[in-house]
Design a binder for this molecule. Sequence first.
Ligand code: NDP
Ligand code: MG
Length: 369
Amino acid sequence: MKTIAIVGSTGSIGETSLKVISKNKKKFKLIFLSAHRNYKKLIAQSKKYNPKNIFLTNEKFYKKIKSRKLIKVKNIFNNSNKIDYVISGASGYDALDLNIKLLKISKKLLIANKETIICGGDIFLNLAKKNNCKIIPIDSEHHCIDFFMNNFLQKKEIIKKIYLIASGGPFYEKQIKYNEKIKNVIKHPVWSMGKTISVNSSNFSNKVLEMFEAKILFNLPPEKIDILVERKSMVHAIIQLENNIFFPIVHYPKMEIAISNSLKIQFNENKNLDNISLNFSKPKNNKFPLVHLGHKILKKYSNSGMIIFTVFNERLVDLYLAKKIMYGDIVANLVKLFNKKTIIAKSKIKINSIKDIKSILNFAKNYKL
Ligand code: NDP
Ligand code: MG
């Protein structure tokens, strides 16, 4: 029996993980579940799945919970035995600190939280090595590439390009209204996900974040990373080799597959590819200007630029979801901000330590948008 824990169990990744685990009850012992503030759902999960402990990363809500399973966040790191699998389904850049601490108590960290990979960068990956913790990406594109590289690729140098495949989101063939309503924006044609990532998918900022994530995880030069659209989300990544052979990696659009695969359990579903036609296209720059901005940040700036984009984007999405700005303001502001001299200068700063990361994060968190 393997030990397992989930951070962000009340979210979309968390719930899918619980579904996978509950189908394989005999294989796993659940150590903890966590939420940020949704204590009601966490308590309901605690009753249903019976973990050893639960915690909230926002401790303000502690007084509302009466459960002997509830522990303080700091106490989860007192565990002297490393947990076999920890699934990080927390959202946002604020989860970086928590993910860094999780490296100490996890043998394998299954990480969906792309913001941590981007903001933590090489420093996070090196800390993982130091702590003997294996990082397994479960963002579907990166999971597929990681799987391909580990199982089928002899050497990374023969990769000419990797394509991260986007679904195109709800507006790919439609006109985008500047004041588009939240319900239309988060109505993803294929995936059912948290609100923030759904907004990010609609304007390609999710794919931009994924390009950054890929650069860090696979240590590839920017010119070897690109984006393509496949509307059915059946293809997650394509790897093109130097000899111009392309390897598309295909699976049904279900997060259960990346999660099960990472937990070394079979995902049983009787599906085949009969009558499925696939079509690839490039997103248009004038309709989705973030793709161009993403490439520019990737090519011209350092990790600081990626961190600043991640934080600005999340702040703008939060403002949009709180109905304080319009939908079109997200992209318009990002493009405008990255034309400013101060932002360009900050985006070029090299990062050598956690202290440098914190300093860029603070700059981006406090910059007046
Ligand atoms: P959700 O919004 O559905 O869930 C987020 C979870 O994280 C909730 O449990 C939430 O708790 C918790 N949380 C929020 N803020 C914090 C914090 N600061 N520290 C710790 N926990 C926190 O998001 P998703 O599940 O959709 O996405 C999670 C991550 O996975 C994101 O980084 C996303 O980009 C990535 N991802 C998601 C995919 C998907 O299919 N959903 C696919 C690929 C990647 P509470 O409920 O209390 O708010
Ligand atoms: Mg993805």
